[in-house]
Structures are given as C-alpha cells and as structure tokens.
Design a protein. Structure first.
Length: 95
C-alpha cells in the first residue's frame, strides 16, 4: 500500500484515525452496545497548513487545499480559529 494511507476504526460513537501500520493497536470503551465496528482506509489526496495561533489568525479566512491527481484542483474552505473559551464567531450571511 502507498505510505500516504490512513485508516479509521469506529466502534459505537468512538472513532480513531491513524497512519496505516501493522503494529498499531487501539482500545475502545467496553460500554458500547455495538456488536460491530467499521474500518475504513483513506489515502491523502491533498493538504494545507493552517495557522492555529488565535492572536495571529483572527476571524474567519479563506484557504484552499491543493488536490493532487491527474487534474490539479483546489478546494476552497473557510477557517476560523479562536482561543479556548472565546465566543463563537457568528456565521456570515450569504450575499
């Protein structure tokens, strides 16, 4: 498998995500009533860096993620960072 693969394991309401590895083990709460879990494998197709310092990254801003593949694409996103305990930003009204 390519080295940029990740897997997700969900049991009940708990989900864990990790790079694909044969040596990784996970523990889940026994209190779950689920008799089945779900395992998914993902491959990274793009990434972007986001400044998480609330003093520098004030308010909502636009970023884009470069998607790698046969066709070069960008996915636009809106990102807001706030300090722990700060009030939530009010959503912008559509124009």
């Amino acid at each position: 498998l390519p080295k940029d693969c990740y897997f997700s394991i969900r049991v009940g309401e708990v989900q864990k995500l990790s790079r694909l590895s044969g040596t990784r083990s996970f523990k889940f709460p026994q209190s779950t009533k689920s008799r089945f879990g779900k395992i998914e494998v993902f491959r990274r197709i793009g990434s972007a860096s986001v400044d998480l310092d609330p003093d520098l990254a004030v308010g909502q801003r636009d970023i884009s993620i470069d998607i790698d593949g046969l066709v070069k694409e960008r996915v636009p996103l809106k990102v807001a960072v706030s300090a722990h305990g700060a009030t939530k930003p009010t959503p912008e009204e559509p124009v």
